[in-house]
Design a protein around this ligand. Sequence first.
Ligand SMILES: *[C@@H]1O[C@H](CO)[C@@H](O)[C@H](O)[C@H]1NC(C)=O
Ligand SMILES: *[C@@H]1O[C@H](CO)[C@@H](O)[C@H](O)[C@H]1NC(C)=O
Length: 327
Amino acid sequence: MWTTAFLLYLVTGTTWADSCAGRCGAGLDSSMTCQCNTNCATYGDCCSDYYALCTQRGGGGTPDVTCDISCLANQLWDNDINRVQVWEYEINHQGQTTTSSTSDQAAQSLFTYLQEENVFLKPTYSTFLALLDNYTPSTSVAESQDAAEWIEIDAFLDAILATDVMNHLYNFLVEHGHVTDATSYREVIKELWFNLYARSSSGPINSSGFEHVLVGETSSKVSGFHNWIQFYLEEKKGAINYQGWVSRSQPLNIVAARFTWNGLSKAKGSFFVGVSPEFDIAIYTACALTKPNSSCSFTMAGTSLTIQTYDVAHKSGLQVATAYPNI
Ligand SMILES: *[C@@H]1O[C@H](CO)[C@@H](O)[C@H](O)[C@H]1NC(C)=O
Ligand SMILES: *[C@@H]1O[C@H](CO)[C@@H](O)[C@H](O)[C@H]1NC(C)=O
């Protein structure tokens, strides 16, 4: 029987080595002039018919292989080179608790040690830290973002968009039709995480995805707050009282903690411990865009995980209302 490639050659004169016909998802083959797997977009060596034949965006029918959410999650996990190394920090989980418990199961803090001098100098961390004081936790206060703050946001975006983690997310979003090029990618990330919104139709413009998920907000209790760096910093300042863990997921190093922040309580706040800021942004962005308002389930590092995201109601573009690991 004639192979697809041979028929292709007869019809178009294109040879096997120039085309993705029959090769979608194939591993790197340096005997070929171009490649047909998700890494080719990163390396710029995709065959000219790669998007048409191998990806949903190209309308190429049923793709042989696409990088689904589990595939992406593993790429993010495996390439998160800015993640804190085991010798750079130490945490102390202490007692287990429940969301309804009234006693403190943890006399000590969650974090006992972090090698700040290594970790906080990395560009995605230093630019992340610069953003944290731009937000007022109280949701009843209107937020504003002045030009100086947008400069800090752009510096953070520049830093994270230069990482492998965000590059893998880019390839995934292109393949699944959520962005078309680097410019639209940056705009989508800005809209999801940084453009301010009101949480209720008559309420003040008091929130953003970044503020809610990575910084935390307060009203009569704590809402959001799903980032380990902010937890570490606020705990070090004495503003957080860690009261024990409600659940944990290993080896992903996720903790769902019960704690108070400035005296207000959070019955269960879950976050990845030790991941880079770009990892949080990437995994939540993938779920927010592909499974808005629902559970996003995948396998990462051999472990099943569900991330829940919600989209804010009022705008045409998706904006993150919240995003967290559901453990
Ligand atoms: C934003 O402010 C309004 C009005 O004070 C408040 O009702 C709303 O709850 C705030 N946002 C959040 C997330 O609570
Ligand atoms: C998510 O839910 C909100 C609130 O129900 C709704 O307004 C919004 O349109 C939903 N977004 C999507 C993408 O379904």
